[in-house]
Design a binder for this molecule. Structure first.
Ligand code: CA
Length: 480
């Protein structure tokens, strides 16, 4: 660990000599760690954030899939750190992304809901990431990074929410929540909307996941000489279920057609993650680039045939299957290789972590919900980054504290689970353990009561849909 840390601190954008390495070794362990505490700049590594969309927890090799093929994502974990206890801050796309991109739990600024149609009594001008919130890209722009978003935005369609107004210098993609994988239309709406870009005339779509990978490679090549932040926002494997024939052919043994299509879509996502890693290698940037991979929420089992095994539940609810996601950080030569970090972490931690690397952490005293993970994963701090993690999503709320998790719903007793002995949240212990139930309900309530009202709502049908999802049965074992 110490060796790794020396390398971390030693590492510079322009590689210095081995003599300097020796000097750093002489300076000692504690002094070097203090650089993290003091927020001294980490010499601005590149940051590549790869976000999958609606990926099932159990659908990667690294998370135990026997059916899907994800060699590049698995290799990323093998070359970096895998976080088996990682969460997003919402079980659906838009609020999860709002939390991730600000480092603040989105319910603290009213972005509780998914962006869909505007509801009566709400002003559509507020249907997007509130304008008083700074994104990762806003913070990084102030320190000389070039920031690019390739792909899905889903933080507001109106002009005031556009990514180019939220800290990104380059955008290729679409502002909505999803897209057709094969086509768009000049006058198309929703999933057929035209792709837009501020740096080129967007090409015809070949297969959208491939096109995004190609654009990421192009971004890396164009900006290799200055620090960059690339947000590779894939929509795979979100619906519509559309895959390439050549990829479908690889999964002929999967008889369920939707599951086969899903497998092919995840495979193509993996190919393009590989493309990005290869581009970094080719440009000599591997050792100066932090790559993060995660999904924006759990798999919506019934719509895309994903599998959240070993977790129960799906996208849209606060059982683990909705919010517990695969999460990888890779930075060869700096971060430990092939390790796992066992404490709970959150997607909310990414913004504060990135800002420390860029040398701008806490500059403006921004009240992040997330924590800078660097001292934790490099071993300076051995306690857990979070005392607890909390969620509020429309009609539901939840808290995880240590081994316990409580979910509060409007139409039934609270759900209380002891996760180490019941990883699949099958046994509700709320009545057997009234004291723990009361304790966690109170913590949740004390937090909830201080939160603002949502700035926009999603339709009432989604509330019913959400409760129905708690009543469904989910497969919690892998498939052969
Ligand atoms: Ca999603």
């Amino acid at each position: 660990m110490i060796r790794v840390f020396f390398k971390a601190t030693f590492f510079k954008r322009n590689r210095t000599s081995s003599g300097f390495m020796f000097l750093y070794l002489l300076l000692g362990y504690n002094h070097l760690f203090s650089q993290f505490n003091s927020g001294v700049k980490f010499d601005k590594p590149n940051i590549v954030l790869i976000l999958a969309d609606d990926l099932g927890y159990g659908d990667l090799g690294v998370t135990g899939s026997k059916q899907l093929k994800t060699p590049h994502i698995d290799m990323l974990a093998k070359n970096g750190i895998f976080f088996p206890q990682a969460y997003v801050s919402a079980p659906v796309c838009s609020p999860s992304r709002a939390g991730l991109i600000t480092g603040i739990n989105q319910v603290e600024f009213g972005h509780d809901n998914n962006i869909g149609g505007n509801q009566p009594g709400f002003d559509p001008d507020f249907m997007g990431l509130p304008l008083d919130q700074k994104t990762i890209a806003d913070h990084l722009s102030a320190t000389g990074y070039v920031n690019g978003l390739i792909g899905k935005w889903h933080l507001g369609d109106a002009a005031q929410f556009h990514p180019l107004k939220r800290g990104f210098q380059e955008f290729w993609g679409y502002t909505g929540g999803g897209h057709d994988y094969f086509k768009s239309h000049p006058n198309g709406k929703g999933y057929l909307s035209p792709l837009e870009s501020n740096f080129k005339t967007p090409q015809e779509i070949s297969y959208l996941t491939d096109d995004k990978g190609d654009e990421c490679v192009s971004f890396i090549k164009r900006h290799k000489k200055k620090p960059f932040f690339l947000f590779a926002s894939f929509n795979a494997p979100h619906t519509p279920m559309q895959a390439l024939e050549k990829d479908l052919a690889l999964f002929g043994h999967i008889t369920d057609k939707k599951r086969r299509t899903y497998a092919a879509m995840v495979y193509r996502l993996d190919v393009n993650v590989g493309k990005i890693i290869e581009a970094l290698k080719k440009e000599g940037l591997t050792e100066n680039t932090l790559v993060v991979f995660l999904s924006d929420n759990g798999g919506p089992v019934f719509s895309n045939a994903s599998l959240n095994a070993p977790y129960n539940g799906s996208k849209g609810i606060l059982l683990e299957g909705g919010v517990h996601v695969p999460f990888i950080m890779s930075w060869p030569g700096v971060l430990p290789k092939g390790q796992t970090y066992e404490h709970e972490v959150s997607a909310l931690d990414l913004t504060p972590t990135f800002l420390v690397l860029a040398g701008v952490a806490k500059k403006d005293g921004h009240p992040f919900s997330g924590k800078n993970l660097l001292p934790y994963i490099l071993g300076e701090k051995t306690d857990a980054p979070h005392t607890n993690l909390k969620w509020r999503f429309t009609i539901s709320a939840a808290i995880r504290e240590g081994d316990w998790k409580l979910i509060r719903l409007p139409d039934r007793l609270p759900l209380l689970f002891h996760l180490p002995t019941d990883i699949s949240e099958k046994k509700n212990l709320s009545l057997e353990n009234i004291e723990k139930t009361q304790e966690l309900l109170k913590k949740l309530g004390d937090w909830d009561v201080g939160l603002p009202h949502p700035v926009f709502l999603e339709g009432a049908e989604w509330k019913k849909n959400q409760l129905d999802l708690y009543d469904r049965e989910y497969r919690v074992e892998q498939m052969d």
